[in-house]
Design a protein around this ligand. Sequence first.
Ligand code: SF4
Length: 220
Amino acid sequence: MLFDAMPAQRLWVPRRVLATPAALSWPQGLTMVERAEALGAEIVQLKSDRLSGLPDSYRDAKSTLAIVVSPPSKRRPQPIPPSADWRFDLAAGCPAHCQYCYLAGSLAGPPIIRAYANLPEILAELPPLLGQGQITSRNAARIGEGTTFEASCYTDPLGIEHITGALADSIRMFGAWEAPVQLRFTTKYDGVAPLLNLPHGRRTRIRFSVNATGVERFEG
Ligand code: SF4
């Protein structure tokens, strides 16, 4: 009901997409490029896996999507107290402009949005962590939540889902994972409709971040 009553948010369209050769060797990378191109984005296929041609200005950076491969060091899930047992990253950066966003001080370099094409490798890191972790897995008061995996520490994954499809694949994976586990993410976006009928197995929890009207002028 809530979503029926609200005007739909416009989908973000990157002005420019930088795609590395390694990312384009993954089907997910190719699909992201196809979706961005269909939305009207300029596609730049880089000659090497090192990102180049990054914009200088904040506004240009926020309209640039880099499709890259997440390296092993970034793929390794990390403990993330107090929200969940583990954090894993589908992307880094967010196209929104909230002035209070902690990402501005957490991510190095220009604030482009990096989407990871090697999703199967990212998700393959999760099963060995079943039952591990200190926040919900081994906490008597929260053990009913299962082993928890947080996907929105360095991005708002729903804001770019129409290009990445990474949340849908993650939800399907958790839905098929017959174990006490939970995928969770938080968002300021509302484009959940394509996710609602996925076979989620009741193992995904979405949290919505809603502010008072007076805070709107600090967002965008
Ligand atoms: S939507 Fe969330 S992640 Fe994106 S800029 Fe705003 S506070 Fe940051």
